[in-house]
Every structure is written in structure tokens, then in C-alpha cells.
Design a protein around this ligand. Structure first.
Ligand SMILES: [Zn+2]
Length: 336
């Protein structure tokens, strides 16, 4: 099934348009019901097209809030080019406040490029990739740590083979102005919006802005300023005299960046987010829930760097990612 919009928009016309992606959703209380996923398009003249998405995971909130505010306040005459704004990408998950869709249990960020024969998450991914990603020059997908993780706020990119695409991505990350710009090595990149957008030759950035199922004034400010900075960087908004805050380029090392829980229990962190750690340092302990006499399990950093992510819940299970360490990155190797 190819999903349709409630009101067709041309994407070629100047102005501000709001429409909804109509997603058939049969439930016990509404046999022939639908979910209506909002899409806002703002265009003025010639210029780049940028796609902003939030709510890829339904328990990450800076993107949805910042993008709602942007969609409600920005006027066509403010810009040169086009914005496509999708504040609630995995809409059923956003409505439920969950990472995964409660309808089909799928992770939206492993469902791309989508499947018109698939279930709801794949149908949304299929529409978004074909109709929105492929017509865009730049895609910015907002994430946070969700209910299970907390991040030191960062804008995120991947190492790309195409050097020109990489250097444009680095330049855009620089101008976003997050405290940290992170080149992330994913544990599992198949099916990500990131991967399909990068493979289509677009400029793609993501964020990790906090987490724990809440927003803070700081993380929301970083999201909203980042949006403005990126729009100025691509000349969609006029330049400003405001200076972009300094960012620190970092990467997740090949070995030792991701630290998993080695047992179930209560995780006691010993390092604040953003704090420096050294190889071998005890960064936390896991206290057994079943054996009251046993000593806690020490969690060691396997590399030097800073603590960029930690578990957002104290009760952790075996093999949960409970910490991520990032190291400083020399970006000069990426510049053409
Ligand atoms: Zn996410």
C-alpha cells in the first residue's frame, strides 16, 4: 500500500502548507479508523530543500517540541528555499511515548527505506523516503537518548567514503553549534534513515540531545539554535551577527567505545556525563539484585575520552549499553 496525503501538496508552490499522511489503522474501538501524521511544508523561491524529522523514536522529545514551534512560527517570507517538517515521524510511538511502534513493534530507524507491502512502520518509512528524503538536499533527524539512555548533547554524523560529502557534513555539523560533534560508529546501521539518506548522496545530520524521557531548557535551546544555525548555513535563513558556539569534534573509538553491562543489577555511575575518563578507570558498579552479600561488579573504561552516554535507568540487564566513551577527533583528515 502506498500511503496518501489528506490534502495533496505540490512541493513546487511557494507558501506554507499543512497536510497529513493518512495511515489506515483498524482498532477494536475504530474499525475503519486512521492516524493522521502531520507534515508542514514551507517554500519561498529557489534554494535548497531541507527535511527536519523528530519522533523517529517516540520517547525522544527535543525534536518534536522544537519542530512544532518552528512549524508554527516560520513564515514563507522568512526563508529562501524549502523546509519540510515532520515533527512526529513514528506517530503511533510518539502517541504512546515509546521507542518502538506499539502497532507493529518495529523500530522506525531500522525500517528504511521502507516497504509498501510492510506493516505500519514500513509504510511510513516508504512514503518518507520516496517522497520527502529524495526531494531534499539536507536531512536533519532529531534524536535523544529516550527512556533508556542519556547523552551529553551532540550533533551526530558518520564517516563517509565520499570525501566531498564528508567535508560538507563536517561543515554543517560545525555550524549546528552543539557542544559536541560526534562521528559515531553504529553498532547496527542497516535500515537507518541515516544510512539510506547518506547512500542517496544527501547531507545528513542527526542529534543526541539528552534523554531519560524528558527535555531540559538547555537541550531544547541547543535544538532550536541548531535549527536556526543550520538554516543560516545553507542560506535558507539570512545571515545573523550571532556567533555559533564552539563545538568539540569527537568520535567513538573502534575498540572500547561502547560498554555493555556484564550482569543484571542496579547501575551506580561514578562519572558525570561529559566527565573525562581514562583507560582502566572504574566508571561505575553494578549491584546484584539477587545476592545481597556479593561485591558489586566494577565497570572499567577501556579507553581514554569523555563519558558521552550512560544508562538512563538504574536497573540494567546483561548486555545493555550502559556507557559510551568518545575520544577527541582530528577533523583535518576529512577536509578537501
Ligand atoms: Zn532515537
Amino acid at each position: 500500500m502506498i500511503l496518501q496525503l489528506t490534502e495533496k501538496i505540490s512541493f513546487e508552490e511557494d507558501g506554507k502548507f499543512r497536510t497529513f499522511l493518512k495511515i489506515p489503522h483498524s482498532s477494536n474501538t475504530s474499525g475503519w479508523g486512521s492516524l493522521l501524521l502531520p507534515i508542514i511544508v514551507i517554500k519561498n523561491g529557489e534554494g535548497p530543500t531541507i527535511l527536519f524529522t523528530g519522533g523517529n523514536h517516540g520517547d525522544e522529545y527535543e525534536g518534536p517540541i522544537a519542530l512544532r514551534k518552528l512549524a508554527n512560527t516560520l513564515k514563507p517570507e522568512d526563508i529562501q528555499g524549502q523546509l519540510i517538517i515532520v515533527p512526529y515521524l513514528n506517530y503511533p510511538a510518539v502517541l504512546a511515548g515509546t521507542r518502538l511502534s506499539p502497532v507493529d513493534g518495529l523500530n522506525m530507524n531500522r525500517a528504511f527505506p521502507g516497504n509498501p507491502q510492510g506493516t505500519m512502520t514500513s509504510l511510513i518509512a516508504d512514503y518518507v523516503f520516496r517522497e520527502l528524503v529524495l526531494r531534499s538536499d539536507v536531512v536533519l533527524d532529531f534524536h535523544s537518548g529516550g527512556n533508556s539512555m542519556i547523552f551529553e548533547p551532540c550533533v551526530v554524523m558518520h564517516e563517509l567514503e565520499n570525501q566531498e560529502q564528508m567535508s560538507k557534513t563536517i561543515a554543517a555539523a560545525h555550524q549546528f553549534g552543539a557542544p559536541i560533534s560526534l562521528v559515531l560508529r553504529e553498532l547496527d546501521s542497516d535500515g537507518m534513515l541515516d544510512t539510506v539518506t547518506e547512500n542517496a548522496g544527501k547531507i545528513f545530520l542527526s542529534t543526541e540531545l539528552g534523554g531519560g524521557g524528558f527535555v531540559s531548557p538547555r537541550t531544547l535551546r541547543i535544538a532550536e539554535n541548531g535549527i536556526k544555525n543550520i538554516l543560516r548555513h545553507f542560506s535558507i535563513l539570512a545571515p545573523s551577527k550571532e556567533t555559533v558556539p564552539e563545538t568539540r569534534f569527537m568520535e567513538t573509538p573502534d575498540i572500547g567505545g561502547y560498554i555493555m553491562a556484564s550482569s543484571e543489577g542496579l547501575f551506580e555511575p561514578l562519572v558525570e556525563l561529559g566527565g573525562s575518563v581514562s583507560e582502566g578507570q572504574v566508571i561505575g558498579m553494578i549491584h546484584s539484585l539477587t545476592d545481597i552479600d556479593v561485591s558489586p561488579v566494577e565497570i572499567h573504561s577501556q579507553t581514554d575520552g569523555i563519558l558521552i552516554t550512560r544508562a538512563g535507568r538504574a536497573h540494567v540487564k546483561n548486555w545493555d549499553t550502559i556507557a559510551v566513551i568518545a575520544a577527541d577527533l582530528d577533523i583535518s583528515k576529512f577536509e578537501i
